[in-house]
Design a binder for this molecule. Sequence first.
Ligand SMILES: C[S@@+](CC[C@H](N)C(=O)[O-])C[C@H]1O[C@@H](n2cnc3c(N)ncnc32)[C@H](O)[C@@H]1O
Length: 223
Amino acid sequence: MWHTNLTTKKHRFSENSVFLRFFEEGEERFDTQQLAGQWPTIFGNQNSLVLELAAGRAEYSRGLAKTFPDKNFVAVDIKGHRLRYGVRDAIENKLQNIWFLRTIIHHLDHYFAENEVEEIRIVHPDPRPKGRDERRRLTHGRFLAMYERVLKPGWLLRLKTDDVDLFDYSLGSLAEHGWTIIDQTRDLYQSPLLADHHGIRTHYEQRFVEQGRTIHYLVAKKL
Ligand SMILES: C[S@@+](CC[C@H](N)C(=O)[O-])C[C@H]1O[C@@H](n2cnc3c(N)ncnc32)[C@H](O)[C@@H]1O
């Protein structure tokens, strides 16, 4: 049973262990197939659940977790070393409301139950400009279908990118799959929507801004 596993592991690892906040696909430590629907148990509360996809070091969701201690965050990425950096920082800063999940986003619905998530944030994903990589863009229809399954009906998907082609593609893909764009800007730093980001700027974004690139941002929901 999931809960028993978690309790046992908490005893086995020290408080400083990165393992306390990190799940990795295929690891033997936990049956990760049992995570869907178990996040309230994992966090120990019923607070709303926010996902950051393609999170890298999860600077963004760590910032949100500090800003919103009454929400739970899961940062997802395929690169374990990047996520582990985030785990160490979260533990040092005693953030209780964030976990880290190493998996490919294609498997998202193995880990989150239908209607379990209140918000998905995607910050500076790889733009995947080549036509042959279209299916790997995180706003391709196959990902949108997955987001729709795990999100509570009518809750939000937020995308931030410096890449105009990915932004345009995403607007088209969202419209094609029946999502409504409720807010958007092509210049976030000149927009009141900047407030949605609570002053959090990832390493990538810092670089883009220094290069003079404008940041695009949209908020979408599926009714
Ligand atoms: C450009 S980085 C952005 C990281 C972070 N969002 C930021 O702004 O600092 C893109 C991240 O997406 C991750 N990624 C790309 N495609 C992925 C996929 N299909 N599944 C999981 N992670 C993915 C990469 O490992 C990388 O860490």
